[in-house]
Ligand binder design. Structure first.
Ligand SMILES: C[S@@+](CC[C@H](N)C(=O)[O-])C[C@H]1O[C@@H](n2cnc3c(N)ncnc32)[C@H](O)[C@@H]1O
Length: 220
């Protein structure tokens, strides 16, 4: 099977080469995850348009903290319309759906992440709408809560995301961020709600990753 997978088909590739594994400290959710034999480089080599960083194939500290937080405090999302901005594998979106959100949109710009998201959402039997779209330049979407897992790792992106979140807050939308204190986190605008020790993909070492309310959203 492995040798016959067409590398240009992300869905077939992920199904065949990235096993579905339990997420550390989040046993409620299982995701397709890259392992050494996945050979993501074959997917990258076959893509002349540019492969990008395969964030979708790994766990990230911000998402791990935010997903755990939401699963342990379902009242934060129950009955609410939720956007997971920069959903990656879909960990946070799936957690929100499991915790009882009325609806969940998982927004992503990477086409491989879209394939992984669709597979992970189906595998976890979650009700999540997958949107292949950059929402950051536009008006706030019709949601009650925006969840942001680990999206402050580059300056330009962090500035765009922060401006978008400001517009969301001005429209009355709550914002929760999960982040391991990365360089471009707008820390002065945040109120820390909780901190978790998490291990990112393939690391035996845990690091603190916090959950924050942005611009004093009234969230426990
Ligand atoms: C470090 S990963 C975090 C993924 C996930 N939130 C988590 O915590 O596991 C960041 C993700 O954001 C996506 N991304 C970057 N810019 C984006 C944008 N403007 N809109 C939507 N997704 C974006 C990337 O493709 C990547 O999958």
């Amino acid at each position: 099977m492995i040798g016959t997978v067409p590398p240009a088909d992300p869905t077939a590739f992920i199904r065949a080469r990235l096993p579905v594994l339990p997420v550390p400290a989040i046993p409620e959710i299982r995701l397709h995850k890259a392992i050494p034999t996945s050979r993501l480089a074959t997917l990258a080599d076959a893509d002349e348009a540019g492969f990008g960083t395969p964030y979708w194939a790994y766990y990230w500290a911000g998402g791990l903290a935010l997903a755990r937080h939401v699963l342990d405090r379902p009242a934060l999302v129950a009955g609410r319309r939720v956007l997971d901005l920069g959903a990656g594998s879909g960990l946070v979106a799936i957690a929100a759906a499991r915790a009882g959100a009325a609806s969940v949109i998982a927004a992503e710009v990477d086409r491989y992440a879209i394939a992984a998201l669709r597979l992970n959402v189906a595998h976890n039997d979650a009700r999540v709408v997958v949107a292949h779209q950059d929402l950051t330049p536009g008006a706030p979407p019709p949601v009650d809560l925006v969840l942001v897992g680990d999206l402050f790792y580059e300056q330009a992106l962090a500035e765009r995301v922060t401006a978008f979140l400001e517009r969301c807050r001005a429209a009355g939308i709550d914002v929760l961020i999960g982040d391991p204190w990365r360089a471009w986190l707008p820390a002065a605008r945040l109120r820390m709600l909780a901190s978790y020790d998490v291990a990112e993909t393939d690391s035996d070492v845990t690091r603190p990753s916090a959950v924050f309310a942005f611009d004093d959203a009234a969230l426990g």
